[in-house]
Ligand binder design. Structure first.
Ligand SMILES: Nc1ncnc2c1ncn2[C@@H]1O[C@H](COP(=O)(O)OP(=O)(O)OP(=O)(O)O)[C@@H](O)[C@H]1O
Ligand SMILES: [Mg+2]
Length: 212
């Protein structure tokens, strides 16, 4: 292996968990680490990361948009189809490491478990959006609602009971997904410090890439 130039590695890693669990923080640390190890890394976020998907993101995140649960689901899948077709598959083909801040497990957890849409229907739409693409590794940052919302500067006690119940279902949904996909999905206790969490993340990474 020459000391210069980029190392090639086809690897798809996703970062999952409820709002405020630390996905973006850890995804950025992983991106920096792998880049410093000379891997070619593509860091993406969902929904978004392409021109059209960022426009869909605006619609989805705008509190003034009034969507039915089904429309919301379809918009997430539409944004995902764009991301997969235009960014993820080409990057994997070029033997790059793709890091994705949320992916289809978020839709299963939020729209399936959270909004109570039929799980089989939700999974069949993932297939429409992504084909047979599957993450090689999914890091699930598990955390209680109180700690997560305090990090985001939101007071959990002020969240209406409806939304507390919603986020509880989402968290349980993620854990259920992990239980059913033990080889792919690794659960990390996200109440720990950023450094402690990153140490665990690195242990999972080290099984798949060469870290010095
Ligand atoms: N382990 C940690 N301990 C304490 N604070 C943390 C930890 N990890 C991240 N934070 C802080 O908590 C906040 C939320 O973290 P981050 O943005 O990484 O979460 P996220 O999962 O990406 O959230 P969202 O779903 O809203 O995008 C940030 O201010 C971040 O600096
Ligand atoms: Mg984030």
């Amino acid at each position: 292996m020459p000391r210069t130039g980029r190392r090639k590695k086809k690897l798809f890693i996703t970062f999952e968990g409820i709002d405020g669990c630390g996905k973006t923080t850890q995804a950025m640390l992983v991106s920096q680490l792998l880049t410093s190890e000379r891997y070619q890394v593509k860091l993406l976020r969902e929904p978004g990361s392409t021109a059209v998907a960022e426009r869909i993101r605006e619609l989805l995140l705008d509190a003034n948009t009034n969507l039915t649960d089904t429309t919301e689901l379809l918009l997430y899948e539409a944004a995902r189809a764009e991301l997969v077709g235009r960014e993820i598959l080409p990057a994997l083909k070029a033997e790059q490491i793709v890091l994705c801040d949320r992916f289809y497990d978020s839709t299963t957890a939020y729209q399936g478990y959270g909004r109570k849409l039929d799980l089989r229907m939700v999974r069949s739409l993932h297939r429409v959006a992504v084909g047979d693409l599957k993450p090689d590794l999914t890091l699930l940052f598990d955390i209680d609602l109180k700690t997560a919302f305090s990090r985001l500067g939101k007071n959990p006690d002020r969240l209406e009971s409806q939304s507390r119940a919603f986020f509880k279902r989402v968290r349980q949904g993620f854990l259920d997904i992990a239980r059913k996909n033990r080889r792919r999905v690794k659960v990390i206790d996200a109440t720990q410090s950023v450094e402690e969490i990153f140490e665990e993340v690195k242990r999972y990474l080290a099984r798949r890439v060469d870290l010095v």
